[in-house]
Design a protein around this ligand. Structure first.
Ligand SMILES: [Zn+2]
Length: 332
Protein backbone atom coordinates (compact mmCIF):
# COMPACT_ATOMS: atom_id res chain seq x y z
CA UNK A 1 0.00 0.00 0.00
CA UNK A 2 2.85 2.39 0.85
CA UNK A 3 4.32 2.01 -2.62
CA UNK A 4 1.24 3.37 -4.43
CA UNK A 5 0.42 6.19 -2.05
CA UNK A 6 3.98 7.51 -2.01
CA UNK A 7 3.91 7.62 -5.82
CA UNK A 8 0.61 9.49 -5.84
CA UNK A 9 1.84 11.95 -3.22
CA UNK A 10 4.68 13.01 -5.49
CA UNK A 11 2.41 13.76 -8.46
CA UNK A 12 2.16 17.55 -7.99
CA UNK A 13 -1.29 18.11 -9.52
CA UNK A 14 -2.86 15.17 -7.69
CA UNK A 15 -1.34 16.13 -4.32
CA UNK A 16 -2.49 19.72 -4.73
CA UNK A 17 -5.99 18.62 -5.71
CA UNK A 18 -6.32 16.26 -2.75
CA UNK A 19 -5.01 18.77 -0.22
CA UNK A 20 -7.28 21.51 -1.56
CA UNK A 21 -10.46 19.54 -0.86
CA UNK A 22 -12.58 21.43 1.63
CA UNK A 23 -14.32 19.97 4.66
CA UNK A 24 -17.81 20.53 3.22
CA UNK A 25 -17.29 17.45 1.03
CA UNK A 26 -17.20 15.31 4.17
CA UNK A 27 -20.31 16.76 5.75
CA UNK A 28 -22.47 13.99 7.19
CA UNK A 29 -19.83 11.35 6.51
CA UNK A 30 -18.03 9.21 9.03
CA UNK A 31 -14.52 10.58 8.69
CA UNK A 32 -12.85 7.36 9.84
CA UNK A 33 -14.49 5.57 6.89
CA UNK A 34 -13.68 8.21 4.27
CA UNK A 35 -10.74 7.10 2.14
CA UNK A 36 -10.48 10.58 0.65
CA UNK A 37 -10.50 12.37 4.01
CA UNK A 38 -7.83 10.05 5.40
CA UNK A 39 -5.72 10.47 2.27
CA UNK A 40 -5.96 14.25 2.52
CA UNK A 41 -4.96 14.15 6.17
CA UNK A 42 -1.94 11.97 5.54
CA UNK A 43 -0.83 14.15 2.58
CA UNK A 44 -1.21 17.25 4.76
CA UNK A 45 0.72 15.73 7.64
CA UNK A 46 3.81 14.82 5.64
CA UNK A 47 6.47 17.32 6.67
CA UNK A 48 9.69 15.71 5.54
CA UNK A 49 10.73 13.83 2.46
CA UNK A 50 12.57 11.38 4.68
CA UNK A 51 9.44 10.54 6.61
CA UNK A 52 7.08 8.08 4.96
CA UNK A 53 3.40 9.00 4.90
CA UNK A 54 1.46 8.06 8.01
CA UNK A 55 -1.08 5.65 6.58
CA UNK A 56 -2.57 3.92 9.65
CA UNK A 57 -5.91 5.76 9.54
CA UNK A 58 -6.00 5.74 5.75
CA UNK A 59 -5.51 1.98 5.68
CA UNK A 60 -8.29 1.50 8.24
CA UNK A 61 -10.67 3.38 5.95
CA UNK A 62 -9.74 1.04 3.06
CA UNK A 63 -11.41 -2.35 2.97
CA UNK A 64 -9.97 -5.60 1.72
CA UNK A 65 -12.00 -8.11 -0.31
CA UNK A 66 -13.54 -9.49 2.85
CA UNK A 67 -14.57 -6.01 3.94
CA UNK A 68 -12.02 -5.83 6.73
CA UNK A 69 -9.94 -2.69 7.43
CA UNK A 70 -6.46 -2.85 5.91
CA UNK A 71 -2.95 -2.22 7.22
CA UNK A 72 -0.39 0.07 5.54
CA UNK A 73 2.04 -2.83 5.21
CA UNK A 74 -0.50 -5.08 3.44
CA UNK A 75 1.12 -6.42 0.29
CA UNK A 76 -1.78 -6.40 -2.11
CA UNK A 77 -1.42 -6.25 -5.86
CA UNK A 78 -0.36 -2.65 -6.50
CA UNK A 79 -2.39 -2.27 -9.70
CA UNK A 80 -5.54 -3.80 -8.25
CA UNK A 81 -5.27 -1.58 -5.20
CA UNK A 82 -4.70 1.50 -7.33
CA UNK A 83 -7.79 0.78 -9.42
CA UNK A 84 -9.99 0.28 -6.36
CA UNK A 85 -8.57 3.39 -4.73
CA UNK A 86 -9.13 5.55 -7.82
CA UNK A 87 -12.71 4.35 -8.06
CA UNK A 88 -13.50 5.06 -4.44
CA UNK A 89 -11.89 8.53 -4.60
CA UNK A 90 -13.92 9.45 -7.68
CA UNK A 91 -17.05 8.16 -5.95
CA UNK A 92 -16.46 10.38 -2.96
CA UNK A 93 -16.23 13.52 -5.08
CA UNK A 94 -19.07 12.64 -7.42
CA UNK A 95 -21.44 15.58 -7.98
CA UNK A 96 -19.15 17.98 -6.12
CA UNK A 97 -16.91 20.63 -7.65
CA UNK A 98 -14.00 18.23 -7.19
CA UNK A 99 -15.34 15.70 -9.66
CA UNK A 100 -12.51 14.41 -11.82
CA UNK A 101 -10.02 14.42 -8.93
CA UNK A 102 -8.24 11.34 -10.27
CA UNK A 103 -9.07 11.73 -13.94
CA UNK A 104 -7.64 15.25 -14.17
CA UNK A 105 -4.16 13.88 -13.60
CA UNK A 106 -4.33 10.34 -14.94
CA UNK A 107 -7.13 9.85 -17.44
CA UNK A 108 -6.46 9.07 -21.06
CA UNK A 109 -8.55 7.67 -23.89
CA UNK A 110 -8.07 4.59 -26.00
CA UNK A 111 -9.54 4.41 -29.44
CA UNK A 112 -10.84 0.99 -30.42
CA UNK A 113 -11.17 0.84 -34.17
CA UNK A 114 -12.48 -1.58 -36.70
CA UNK A 115 -11.12 -0.76 -40.09
CA UNK A 116 -13.44 -2.37 -42.50
CA UNK A 117 -12.17 -3.23 -45.87
CA UNK A 118 -15.63 -3.38 -47.36
CA UNK A 119 -16.01 -1.67 -50.70
CA UNK A 120 -17.04 1.57 -49.00
CA UNK A 121 -14.24 1.69 -46.42
CA UNK A 122 -16.67 1.98 -43.53
CA UNK A 123 -14.74 2.32 -40.30
CA UNK A 124 -15.91 2.15 -36.71
CA UNK A 125 -14.41 3.51 -33.58
CA UNK A 126 -15.30 3.76 -29.95
CA UNK A 127 -13.46 5.44 -27.09
CA UNK A 128 -12.59 3.94 -23.73
CA UNK A 129 -11.22 5.80 -20.73
CA UNK A 130 -8.09 4.49 -19.11
CA UNK A 131 -6.19 5.35 -15.96
CA UNK A 132 -3.30 3.04 -16.74
CA UNK A 133 -2.05 1.04 -19.70
CA UNK A 134 -1.26 -2.59 -19.04
CA UNK A 135 1.72 -3.72 -21.13
CA UNK A 136 3.34 -7.06 -21.88
CA UNK A 137 6.99 -7.65 -21.02
CA UNK A 138 7.48 -11.25 -22.09
CA UNK A 139 10.02 -11.54 -24.92
CA UNK A 140 10.07 -7.76 -25.24
CA UNK A 141 13.04 -5.50 -24.57
CA UNK A 142 11.51 -2.22 -23.47
CA UNK A 143 8.40 -0.02 -23.21
CA UNK A 144 8.64 0.96 -26.84
CA UNK A 145 8.47 -2.65 -28.01
CA UNK A 146 5.51 -3.24 -25.68
CA UNK A 147 3.66 -0.30 -27.14
CA UNK A 148 4.39 -1.52 -30.66
CA UNK A 149 2.82 -4.82 -29.68
CA UNK A 150 -0.05 -3.04 -27.92
CA UNK A 151 -1.21 -1.26 -31.08
CA UNK A 152 -0.67 -4.25 -33.36
CA UNK A 153 -3.59 -4.82 -35.71
CA UNK A 154 -5.61 -8.00 -35.58
CA UNK A 155 -7.58 -9.45 -38.45
CA UNK A 156 -11.20 -10.38 -37.89
CA UNK A 157 -12.25 -12.83 -40.53
CA UNK A 158 -15.66 -12.50 -42.09
CA UNK A 159 -16.64 -9.34 -40.25
CA UNK A 160 -19.96 -8.03 -41.35
CA UNK A 161 -19.89 -4.28 -41.90
CA UNK A 162 -22.41 -2.52 -39.69
CA UNK A 163 -23.21 0.08 -42.33
CA UNK A 164 -23.52 -1.79 -45.59
CA UNK A 165 -23.77 -5.29 -44.08
CA UNK A 166 -21.17 -6.64 -46.49
CA UNK A 167 -19.12 -9.46 -45.03
CA UNK A 168 -15.37 -9.23 -45.37
CA UNK A 169 -12.14 -9.41 -43.39
CA UNK A 170 -11.57 -6.37 -41.22
CA UNK A 171 -8.74 -5.02 -39.08
CA UNK A 172 -9.11 -4.35 -35.38
CA UNK A 173 -6.74 -2.14 -33.45
CA UNK A 174 -6.41 -0.17 -30.27
CA UNK A 175 -4.41 3.02 -29.91
CA UNK A 176 -4.02 6.06 -27.68
CA UNK A 177 -6.42 8.85 -28.54
CA UNK A 178 -5.73 11.15 -25.60
CA UNK A 179 -2.98 10.92 -23.03
CA UNK A 180 -2.89 12.41 -19.53
CA UNK A 181 -0.21 14.57 -17.92
CA UNK A 182 0.71 11.58 -15.80
CA UNK A 183 0.82 8.35 -17.70
CA UNK A 184 0.72 5.17 -15.62
CA UNK A 185 2.08 2.06 -17.28
CA UNK A 186 1.58 -1.25 -15.51
CA UNK A 187 3.60 -4.27 -16.60
CA UNK A 188 2.39 -7.83 -17.02
CA UNK A 189 5.00 -9.34 -14.73
CA UNK A 190 2.78 -12.15 -13.51
CA UNK A 191 1.51 -14.91 -15.68
CA UNK A 192 -0.57 -17.99 -15.02
CA UNK A 193 1.39 -21.11 -15.81
CA UNK A 194 -0.97 -23.90 -16.85
CA UNK A 195 1.71 -26.55 -16.34
CA UNK A 196 1.98 -25.94 -12.63
CA UNK A 197 -1.38 -24.21 -12.15
CA UNK A 198 0.00 -21.19 -10.40
CA UNK A 199 1.06 -17.63 -11.12
CA UNK A 200 4.69 -17.21 -12.05
CA UNK A 201 6.72 -14.06 -12.21
CA UNK A 202 8.36 -12.92 -15.42
CA UNK A 203 11.74 -11.58 -14.42
CA UNK A 204 12.97 -10.98 -17.96
CA UNK A 205 15.16 -7.99 -18.56
CA UNK A 206 12.95 -5.07 -19.58
CA UNK A 207 14.01 -1.44 -19.88
CA UNK A 208 12.16 1.64 -18.75
CA UNK A 209 13.58 4.48 -20.83
CA UNK A 210 14.13 7.78 -19.03
CA UNK A 211 12.20 9.56 -21.79
CA UNK A 212 9.35 8.29 -23.90
CA UNK A 213 7.65 9.64 -27.01
CA UNK A 214 4.18 8.18 -27.46
CA UNK A 215 3.36 9.82 -30.76
CA UNK A 216 3.80 6.66 -32.88
CA UNK A 217 1.17 4.90 -30.75
CA UNK A 218 -1.55 7.52 -31.04
CA UNK A 219 -4.68 7.13 -33.09
CA UNK A 220 -3.95 10.33 -34.96
CA UNK A 221 -0.54 9.15 -36.05
CA UNK A 222 -1.75 5.71 -37.10
CA UNK A 223 -4.58 7.05 -39.19
CA UNK A 224 -2.22 9.51 -40.82
CA UNK A 225 -0.09 6.56 -41.81
CA UNK A 226 -3.11 4.79 -43.23
CA UNK A 227 -3.97 7.91 -45.19
CA UNK A 228 -7.35 8.00 -43.53
CA UNK A 229 -7.58 11.45 -42.11
CA UNK A 230 -11.04 11.50 -40.65
CA UNK A 231 -12.66 14.70 -39.50
CA UNK A 232 -12.55 13.78 -35.84
CA UNK A 233 -8.83 13.17 -35.54
CA UNK A 234 -8.12 16.17 -37.71
CA UNK A 235 -9.82 18.40 -35.19
CA UNK A 236 -8.57 16.68 -32.09
CA UNK A 237 -4.82 16.95 -32.26
CA UNK A 238 -3.48 18.38 -35.46
CA UNK A 239 -2.49 21.54 -33.61
CA UNK A 240 -0.73 19.70 -30.80
CA UNK A 241 2.88 20.62 -30.31
CA UNK A 242 5.54 17.90 -30.42
CA UNK A 243 6.02 18.29 -26.65
CA UNK A 244 2.48 16.96 -26.12
CA UNK A 245 3.83 13.45 -26.71
CA UNK A 246 7.05 13.73 -24.70
CA UNK A 247 7.23 12.04 -21.32
CA UNK A 248 9.89 11.38 -18.72
CA UNK A 249 10.16 8.65 -16.16
CA UNK A 250 9.38 9.92 -12.65
CA UNK A 251 8.43 6.91 -10.55
CA UNK A 252 8.60 3.14 -10.40
CA UNK A 253 6.89 0.58 -8.20
CA UNK A 254 9.10 -2.46 -7.77
CA UNK A 255 7.95 -5.93 -6.91
CA UNK A 256 10.47 -7.89 -4.97
CA UNK A 257 9.73 -11.64 -4.96
CA UNK A 258 9.31 -14.48 -4.22
CA UNK A 259 5.99 -14.78 -5.98
CA UNK A 260 3.08 -14.63 -3.57
CA UNK A 261 5.07 -13.50 -0.56
CA UNK A 262 7.10 -10.64 -1.96
CA UNK A 263 6.65 -6.96 -1.33
CA UNK A 264 6.19 -3.73 -3.22
CA UNK A 265 8.31 -0.63 -2.80
CA UNK A 266 8.72 2.66 -4.63
CA UNK A 267 11.41 4.67 -6.28
CA UNK A 268 10.19 8.16 -6.96
CA UNK A 269 11.35 11.56 -8.11
CA UNK A 270 10.60 14.70 -6.17
CA UNK A 271 9.41 16.82 -9.09
CA UNK A 272 10.33 20.08 -7.36
CA UNK A 273 14.09 19.49 -7.38
CA UNK A 274 14.33 16.29 -9.48
CA UNK A 275 16.00 14.34 -6.67
CA UNK A 276 15.16 10.64 -6.36
CA UNK A 277 14.18 8.62 -3.30
CA UNK A 278 13.61 5.03 -2.42
CA UNK A 279 10.65 4.28 -0.18
CA UNK A 280 11.16 0.78 1.10
CA UNK A 281 8.33 0.04 3.51
CA UNK A 282 8.79 2.66 6.23
CA UNK A 283 12.42 3.45 5.33
CA UNK A 284 13.37 6.34 3.07
CA UNK A 285 16.75 6.88 1.41
CA UNK A 286 18.23 8.93 -1.42
CA UNK A 287 18.39 7.11 -4.71
CA UNK A 288 20.74 7.48 -7.65
CA UNK A 289 18.81 6.93 -10.90
CA UNK A 290 21.98 5.37 -12.33
CA UNK A 291 21.10 2.33 -10.22
CA UNK A 292 17.72 1.95 -11.89
CA UNK A 293 18.67 -0.87 -14.29
CA UNK A 294 19.99 -2.93 -11.39
CA UNK A 295 16.94 -2.22 -9.26
CA UNK A 296 14.11 -2.31 -11.74
CA UNK A 297 14.91 -3.88 -15.10
CA UNK A 298 14.90 -7.56 -14.08
CA UNK A 299 17.49 -10.12 -15.13
CA UNK A 300 19.21 -10.07 -18.48
CA UNK A 301 19.41 -13.49 -20.13
CA UNK A 302 23.21 -13.54 -20.21
CA UNK A 303 23.73 -12.35 -16.67
CA UNK A 304 24.63 -15.15 -14.32
CA UNK A 305 26.00 -12.98 -11.57
CA UNK A 306 22.81 -12.53 -9.58
CA UNK A 307 21.01 -15.85 -9.32
CA UNK A 308 18.90 -14.74 -6.37
CA UNK A 309 17.87 -11.41 -7.72
CA UNK A 310 14.11 -11.24 -8.05
CA UNK A 311 13.08 -7.61 -8.07
CA UNK A 312 11.71 -5.82 -11.09
CA UNK A 313 9.53 -2.86 -12.07
CA UNK A 314 5.80 -3.49 -11.90
CA UNK A 315 4.35 -0.01 -12.49
CA UNK A 316 6.00 3.01 -14.13
CA UNK A 317 4.89 6.63 -13.79
CA UNK A 318 5.72 8.90 -16.70
CA UNK A 319 5.18 12.67 -16.56
CA UNK A 320 4.47 14.82 -19.59
CA UNK A 321 7.59 16.97 -19.76
CA UNK A 322 5.48 20.08 -20.31
CA UNK A 323 2.23 19.48 -18.39
CA UNK A 324 -0.87 20.83 -20.10
CA UNK A 325 -3.93 22.49 -18.72
CA UNK A 326 -6.71 19.96 -18.31
CA UNK A 327 -9.66 20.89 -20.50
CA UNK A 328 -13.08 21.02 -18.89
CA UNK A 329 -15.14 18.14 -20.20
CA UNK A 330 -18.08 19.19 -22.26
CA UNK A 331 -21.47 17.81 -21.29
CA UNK A 332 -23.25 16.23 -24.20
ZN1 LIG B 1 -19.40 -1.16 -45.33
Amino acid sequence: MYSIIEQLYFVPSFRKDVISIEDEVFKGKKLEDSVLYQLRESFKAKDSIYKPLGLESFAKACRDIEGKPMKPTDQIDAVEFMNILFESLENEVKATKYEGLVKNSFKGLFSHEILNKCAHNHNFSRDEEFLNINLSVKNLKNIKESLVQFIEEETIEGYSCKTCEKKDDALKRISIKNSPNHLILSLKRFEFDYNIFTNVMILDYFELPSTLNIKPFTQHELSKKDGEVNEESKNSDSELSPSHFEYKLAGIIIYSGPMGSGLYYSIVQNREDESWYKYYQDKVSKFDPKDLPEEAFGISKDSKSLPFKNNCAYVAFYDRIKPEKVKEEKED
